[in-house]
Design a protein around this ligand. Structure first.
Ligand SMILES: Cc1ncc(COP(=O)(O)O)c(C=O)c1O
Length: 447
């Protein structure tokens, strides 16, 4: 009997297997800090990353399409970022005061992101959507936020309703009813939006993952974002564009620049800091004004948005963020990443078609997705696009991992500006082998 994908995975990762019981001993379900680190039969523990590559604790090398959950447009350990961090390191990590690097970093965001009249740094992407929702509520004096089925905006209470199917049950337990009631979940449909806006006078804002749910796994219809812009303007509600993934990736000015969308607020993280913790809310000056401290005790106590966060824009993250945005600003990283992604998508399509596998390869900018449910995604909703058989999806990632390629999730990935033609060739060879192995195991059908 030839070795199965799972057997090969276990054979190639003895050290990861050995560490796993210790992970389980300390962390719930073994996931040290993120649900996404959990995998069957055990996750692969990674030791280091450089450029487009990473190495695990058993010495296996991977072409990496996970890239720090899409935060590393510049690849792992880009010299501009590591040198900036090394320069900042001896000077201390926190002074509880403004620093010049924070100002320069904020100025870069302001100059790059079209809607960023004002910028406020936060601790993560989830914090950025949490603050943006509070700002929208404070500015309008209204309570409800409209969000789209399956879009991901982090893990906090206000974005758990509507994140996972069935969409009328929050994605997590432990969510207070008040948070559930403050959110309206809609399918991404402009008529549904217009009707909701017309029939409800308590809407503060609409939040949208600009790429469509889960970095474009569920693409938005052409013109959808323009429609959201038009309707939010017409009904006087705040348009929040979640650019945590697309910011600086779709273009130096994010998706808003690439598509010419003019949101009221946007949320940023990931590439913003060069791959260290952090995030930001950026947007219209008159809206961000709700955070202003005037010195008037009545105003400051009763009429403003409070915001803190010990590590927001700390000197280390300001240093790496500054260095990363300097590189990002030229647009070269995005051009290379997009070009390589196009080549990868075309190659994957060729493999699926050569083996006559019922799969669709798609994706915008420097992302790619494989849907193992049919040869088109036309007209498919979030529920369908995300419910390809889990065994097939997991086997695809594992079959790639044992061939030296890793993804961001089971069937999707992102590229960096340092991925090369050689990386793509190697990845396509791995994908060819992975699909053949999946056919041999009876997971996929030929023809
Ligand atoms: C679109 C989007 N918004 C928000 C978040 C949350 O960001 P973080 O994980 O930094 O909290 C993510 C994370 O992947 C994301 O993809």
């Amino acid at each position: 009997m030839p070795e199965s994908i799972r057997e090969e995975y276990i054979r190639k990762n003895p050290r990861s297997a050995e560490l796993y019981p210790r992970f389980r001993e300390v962390f719930p379900s073994g996931g040290a800090g993120h649900d996404g680190y959990v995998a069957e039969p055990f996750p692969i523990a990674i030791a280091r990353g450089q450029g487009s590559r990473k190495w695990d604790v058993d010495g296996n090398e991977y072409v990496d399409y996970g890239l720090g959950s899409a935060s590393l447009l510049l690849g792992h350990s880009h010299p501009a970022v590591t040198e900036a961090l090394q320069r900042a390191l001896p000077n201390g990590s926190h002074y509880g005061a403004p620093v010049e690097a924070m100002l320069e970093w904020g100025e870069k965001v302001h100059n790059l992101i079209p809607c960023a009249d004002k910028v406020r740094f936060v601790g993560s992407g989830a914090e950025s959507t949490m603050l943006a929702m509070r700002v929208a509520r404070a500015f309008t004096g209204k309570e409800k936020i409209i969000r789209w089925e399956s879009h991901y905006h982090g893990w906090h209470d206000y974005v758990m309703p509507g994140n996972l199917a069935p969409f009328d049950v929050p994605a997590s337990t432990g969510i207070p009813q008040g948070a559930v009631d403050s959110v309206i979940v809609l399918p991404p449909d402009l008529d549904a939006l217009e009707q909701t806006l017309a029939n409800n006078n308590d809407i503060a804002g609409v939040i949208t993952e600009g790429s469509g749910a889960s970095y474009g796994t569920v693409p938005l219809a052409p013109g959808f974002l323009d429609g959201v812009r038009r309707l939010t303007r017409q009904y006087g509600v705040v348009m929040i564009l979640d650019e945590v993934i697309t910011g600086f990736r779709w273009s130096p000015g994010g998706l808003q620049q690439r598509l010419g969308i003019d949101p009221d607020l946007c949320t940023l993280a990931k590439i913003l800091t060069g791959g260290l913790p952090g995030g930001a809310v950026a947007g219209r000056a008159d809206i961000m004004q709700v955070m202003e401290q005037t010195g008037d005790s009545d105003h400051d106590r009763f009429q403003r948005v409070l915001h803190g966060g010990t590590f927001n824009a700390n000197p280390y993250c300001a240093a790496t963020g500054n260095a990363a945005l300097e590189v990002v600003a030229t647009g070269e990283m995005q051009n290379t990443a997009d070009r390589m992604a196009e080549r990868l998508r075309a190659g994957l399509r060729e493999i699926m078609s050569r083996y006559e596998v019922a799969a669709t390869v798609y994706g915008e900018a420097s992302t790619f997705h494989v849907y193992f449910g049919g040869t088109t995604i036309e007209g498919l909703d979030a529920n369908t696009l995300k419910s390809a058989p889990p065994a097939i999806q997991s086997a695809f990632r594992q079959a790639l991992q044992v061939r030296g390629v890793d993804l961001m999730s089971r069937t999707s990935g992102v590229l960096s500006g340092v991925h090369t033609e050689a990386d793509i060739d190697q990845s396509l060879e791995a994908a060819d082998g992975a699909i053949r192995a999946m056919i041999d195991e009876g997971l996929l059908r030929h023809g």
